[in-house]
Write a protein that binds this ligand. Structure first.
Ligand SMILES: *[C@@H]1O[C@H](CO)[C@@H](O)[C@H](O)[C@H]1NC(C)=O
Ligand SMILES: *[C@@H]1O[C@H](CO)[C@@H](O)[C@H](O)[C@H]1NC(C)=O
Ligand SMILES: *[C@@H]1O[C@H](CO)[C@@H](O)[C@H](O)[C@H]1NC(C)=O
Ligand SMILES: *[C@@H]1O[C@H](CO)[C@@H](O)[C@H](O)[C@H]1NC(C)=O
Ligand SMILES: *[C@@H]1O[C@H](CO)[C@@H](O)[C@H](O)[C@H]1NC(C)=O
Ligand SMILES: *[C@@H]1O[C@H](CO)[C@@H](O)[C@H](O)[C@H]1NC(C)=O
Ligand SMILES: *[C@@H]1O[C@H](CO)[C@@H](O)[C@H](O)[C@H]1NC(C)=O
Ligand SMILES: *[C@@H]1O[C@H](CO)[C@@H](O)[C@H](O)[C@H]1NC(C)=O
Ligand SMILES: *[C@@H]1O[C@H](CO)[C@@H](O)[C@H](O)[C@H]1NC(C)=O
Ligand SMILES: *[C@@H]1O[C@H](CO)[C@@H](O)[C@H](O)[C@H]1NC(C)=O
Ligand SMILES: *[C@@H]1O[C@H](CO)[C@@H](O)[C@H](O)[C@H]1NC(C)=O
Ligand SMILES: *[C@@H]1O[C@H](CO)[C@@H](O)[C@H](O)[C@H]1NC(C)=O
Length: 426
């Protein structure tokens, strides 16, 4: 840990800063070494005459309020850490920090002001339970991480256009954010913020990964491409309207969104990985994926849905599991897909609330299957029973509802296929 030798480094800081200021009254650049630690305002005053500080500066210890005056640039990182009596901090001349701005474990800090800060590599704000304002003039940053703070707003980051990562989590007073981001080259994540967080990313055209949890509403008015994975998990969203989205490079997951009743991914044609829609209790009509043609992994749709329109689907590389608890959901269209060869994976299951729990071997692969015993799988736990039911059957497709007999083409790859989808959710 770089905070260990606070005393020694403080001494260093004093010495080099003094050296710099003694040689000229307005030092332009002061080197503070790889890591220097300030534990009092007096330490900061020593470097206040420097226009540029070269080195990594850590501020920690028993400071009440602190300011770093005049300094315009830090060639290095600024870390303010474990200063538990620090109530406010300002560094209003700093325009640029080439490394990171880290603020962590500042239990009573209410305000942090970087009024001129335009450019920084990463900003990490972690465990700031009292903070109410964090101000900057931010134009560019690569990574933003805000976790466990009392911020009600992260609008200070609203002007950013392109970032690598943007992760906002566990900020319980945060209820809305409108972003100007146009691209996210690694990941965009929002989770566990205020109960009713509403988000708008209407300028975002592409992102590598997106995961949203615990969000109340979201708008992605321009989003065309998610290069890797897209996940909506455990949100209170009533609707998901991503009408510009054409492609998801890896998996698409829509899981456990209890209020979701409408999905419109009306321009989406390709999903490169697994496609899972599960446990969205209000989602009855799934008509928002009718242009999807290809799924590179497995497809799983479970819940209480009564209709599912996948009318353009031509190719699913993995297996398929459709399981609705609604008794009037019809498997006919999906069975047709399978018999047309669209489902290339070894497994195919389609069930509704009226179907029995038994399992039937499909004729397409019975020739390659070795065993021939009849078995059944529990309707509530298909995937975990799948391996045990590697067997074929001729009987058992009983029951009243015509189009709804469950079919399982057992295969050893079954678990793998669904495990891959499950992993994509993590
Ligand atoms: C600041 O610390 C980082 C490692 O944390 C190091 O790579 C870098 O060289 C340091 N900066 C300066 C100016 O010493
Ligand atoms: C935080 O500061 C307190 C004293 O102010 C010290 O006792 C503690 O060890 C510090 N914690 C870390 C992780 O540096
Ligand atoms: C969230 O918003 C709904 C209305 O959309 C409201 O009924 C509910 O009380 C809000 N919850 C909180 C915790 O603010
Ligand atoms: C983002 O996508 C990359 C692949 O491009 C993947 O390796 C990485 O694990 C993903 N990260 C998250 C947080 O989903
Ligand atoms: C993601 O896709 C967009 C649109 O095709 C492309 O411009 C961008 O370079 C891709 N990003 C990555 C990280 O692959
Ligand atoms: C959803 O959130 C609840 C608590 O808010 C948690 O217990 C549950 O594990 C979450 N489910 C998923 C799929 O993340
Ligand atoms: C989706 O959003 C577009 C505008 O972005 C709007 O015209 C359309 O009505 C919305 N559709 C749904 C189902 O909400
Ligand atoms: C749908 O996606 C295609 C790219 O696949 C794009 O050219 C087209 O403009 C999009 N249409 C709509 C209505 O968003
Ligand atoms: C859906 O909910 C059931 C029961 O709560 C759970 O066993 C299953 O793992 C959930 N599925 C997903 C994909 O989260
Ligand atoms: C599926 O959706 C397409 C496009 O919206 C529509 O033309 C078609 O009639 C729908 N099919 C069914 C069976 O509802
Ligand atoms: C499915 O939805 C119907 C109402 O549409 C409801 O009566 C039933 O309890 C739901 N079943 C489950 C398992 O959620
Ligand atoms: C299925 O039953 C529900 C009521 O439980 C009804 O709203 C829905 O229209 C029915 N769907 C079909 C396709 O028959």
């Amino acid at each position: 840990m770089q905070f260990k030798n606070a005393l020694t480094v403080t001494a260093l800081l004093g010495a080099s800063a003094l050296a710099a200021t003694s040689s000229s009254s307005i030092a332009s650049s002061c080197s503070i070494g790889t890591t220097a630690t300030a534990t009092a305002q007096a330490d900061l005053d020593k470097i206040a005459g420097c226009s540029t500080i070269v080195g990594n500066l850590t501020i920690t210890g028993d400071l009440g309020s602190a300011a770093l005056a005049s300094v315009k640039e830090i060639d290095g990182s600024l870390t303010i850490f474990n200063a538990t009596s620090l109530s406010s901090f300002s560094a209003d001349s700093i325009k640029k920090i080439t490394g990171d701005l880290n603020m962590q474990e500042l239990t009573i800090l209410t305000s942090a002001s970087f009024g001129s800060l335009e450019e920084v590599d990463s900003i990490n704000l972690v465990t700031l339970p009292a903070i109410s304002t964090f101000s900057t003039d931010l134009q560019t940053a690569n990574n933003i991480y805000v976790s466990d703070t009392a911020l009600e707003s992260v609008e200070g980051f609203a002007t950013l256009k392109n970032v690598n990562t943007f992760n906002i989590n566990n900020n319980r007073y945060l209820t809305s954010f409108q972003s100007s981001l146009q691209s996210v080259s690694d990941s965009l994540q929002f989770s566990s913020n205020g109960d009713n967080t509403t988000l708008a990313f209407d300028d975002l055209v592409w992102a590598n990964n997106i995961t949203l949890r615990d969000v109340n509403s979201i708008s992605f008015g321009s989003l065309q491409t998610v290069n890797a994975s897209l996940g909506f998990i455990n949100n209170t969203l009533p609707a998901l309207n991503l009408t510009q989205l054409a492609k998801v490079g890896q998996s698409l997951s829509i899981v456990s969104n209890d209020e979701l009743s409408k999905v419109a991914f009306t321009n989406l044609t390709a999903i490169g990985g697994g496609f899972i829609i599960a446990n969205n209790t209000q989602l009855k009509t799934i008509d928002g994926f009718s242009k999807v043609q290809t799924v590179g992994g497995a497809i799983e749709v479970t819940g209480n849905f009564t209709s599912l329109n996948l009318s353009s689907l031509k190719s699913v590389r993995g297996g398929a599991n459709f399981d609705s608890s609604a008794s009037n959901f019809s498997c006919d269209a999906l069975k047709k897909l399978q018999s047309n060869g669209a489902i290339q994976g070894d497994s195919f299951v389609c069930k509704n609330g009226a179907t029995s729990t038994s399992v039937k071997m499909s004729s397409t692969s019975s020739g390659s299957s070795k065993s021939s015993a009849t078995s059944s799988a529990s309707s509530s736990d298909d995937s975990s029973n799948a391996q045990a039911s590697v067997s074929s059957s001729t009987s058992s497709s009983s029951k009243k509802s015509k189009g709804a007999a469950p079919e399982l083409v057992p295969a050893t790859s079954f678990m793998g296929v669904f495990a891959a989808v499950a992993v994509a959710l993590l």
